[in-house]
Ligand binder design. Structure first.
Ligand code: LLP
Length: 416
């Protein structure tokens, strides 16, 4: 459940009229609901119950400092994939001792930064990465806590671009090689083996692939124990889907409970979750204004001021996100539109074939835009990236200002 709803035909975020935000702060802009973020984070945390656990929010889904700060205040951990994300977590007040570091290509500098701040664990994706972490830790006179990302070869049945747990994906270490790689890690002097992890994909709408992966990992943990290698935490990644278009994924409650239940008899094995989308997707909307209504030969177009540079998911994954007017006008006639942006590409659309009762000048909201929205925005077509706003009841905070034209050129030089 989220805190976006119509009151007297006006779409609100919590107690705030979204059209007031659009008028005051301009469009396109992202708006997030603080209460929704808190609600979703707490759903994971509560559902895991008394089993020792840590919710490590996947920063890549939405890395705005204010969003991270909301979760830092709840005591969240964080899953990061770069030095930049670690720096954001620190700036937002996150605890480095609750940070896990994923990603296939961690640089020496990133590893050093993470070691200096004493992160909880490196989620290691290959044998050469073990060597690199060992070497950097040695140089710094530190010990590096590590976990191996095991690729369980289960089909997450999601979009191929966001499926990560199959044999032919670049991620993690194959199940068959995992014991040997763990054994190799025991020979490296500056590493402490603390965990095991996996992440099989994103936008999963069924529990079964998660449970299959969990069973594979638990069997591997037992095999390692028989070889004297003890695993203190099991990180099952992120990936729980959300409802974009009637998908009906399990609630975070059901998901976390199903996982925690299978941990019975393993009371000391800490469970880590890395949810991103499930926490923030439906906590955000992208506001945009209809610039023109254009009648094409075969189609009607609603040309809006947000484009694929602001929200790339429809263009990149053919993702479907709901598009609704901020104000429901009973006087407007409904028609079917392709909602398209200003960018010079045919893939620049936010939605196709949408029935909307709108006119030029109206504001629209693209729903479920809190995850993988702003973070994937670019300056393509030299467009300034949108503002980001956090609503808390009837308080409106600009948490990132709209980019300016001057910022577009920052750091560029014309040789004399
Ligand atoms: N942990 C790891 C190691 C990941 O790679 C990811 C996401 C997550 C956690 C969080 O997954 P989530 O709970 O958000 O599904 N840009 C795509 C999604 C890419 C996901 C990449 N990895 C999209 O817009 O659908």
């Amino acid at each position: 459940m989220d805190h976006f709803s119509y009151k007297a035909q006006q779409l609100c975020a919590e107690d705030t009229l979204l059209s007031d935000i659009a008028k005051k702060h301009g469009t396109p802009c992202y708006v997030y609901s603080k209460a929704t973020i808190e609600r979703h984070w707490l759903a994971f945390d509560k559902a895991a119950g008394n089993h020792p656990h840590l919710v490590c929010y996947a920063v890549k889904a939405n890395s705005n400092l204010a969003v991270l700060n909301v979760m830092a205040k709840l005591g969240s951990g964080f899953d990061i994939v770069s030095g930049g994300e670690l720096s954001r977590v620190l700036k937002a007040g996150g605890d480095p001792a609750k940070v896990v570091f994923s990603g296939v290509a961690k640089t020496e500098q990133e590893i050093a930064l993470a070691l200096e701040h004493g992160i909880k664990c490196f989620n290691v994706e290959s044998l050469p990465e073990l060597d690199r972490i060992n070497q950097v830790a040695g140089q710094l006179g530190k010990r590096a806590p590590i976990s191996l990302r095991v690729n369980p070869d289960v089909d997450a049945k999601t979009h191929p671009y966001i499926s990560t747990g199959l044999k032919d994906n670049k991620f993690g270490v194959e199940r068959q090689q995992a014991v040997a790689v763990y054994q190799y890690a025991t020979t490296l002097p500056n590493l402490d083996i603390v965990g095991m992890d996996c992440h099989i994909g994103s936008q999963l709408t069924d529990l079964k692939p998660f449970v299959d992966a969990l069973n594979i990992l638990l069997a591997l943990i037992d095999e390692l124990a028989s070889l004297g290698i003890h695993i203190a935490h099991l990180d099952i990644g992120g990936g729980l889907g959300v409802n974009y278009n009637g998908e009906n994924p399990p609630h975070p409650d059901q998901y976390a409970q199903a996982i925690a239940q299978r941990m019975q008899g393993r009371e000391t094995l800490q469970l880590i979750f890395e949810p991103g989308r499930a926490i923030v997707a439906n906590a955000g909307v992208l506001l945009t204004k209809v610039e023109f209504i254009k009648q094409g030969a075969e189609k009607n177009f609603a040309i809006v001021d947000a484009g694929m540079n602001d929200l790339i998911r429809p263009a990149l994954y053919s993702a479907w996100q709901q598009i609704v007017p901020l104000q429901q006008h009973s006087t407007h006639k409904a028609a079917v539109y392709d909602v398209v942006g200003p960018v010079c590409e045919t893939s620049d659309f936010l939605g196709k074939g949408r029935e909307l009762a709108i006119a030029a000048g109206d504001y629209l909201a693209v729903r479920s835009a809190g995850a993988y929205g702003f973070v994937m925005a670019s300056n393509y077509n030299s467009r300034c990236r949108p503002a980001e706003i956090l609503v808390d009841g009837n308080n409106v905070h600009v948490v990132r200002e709209r980019e300016t034209i001057e910022q577009l050129f920052m750091g560029e030089h014309i040789p004399a």
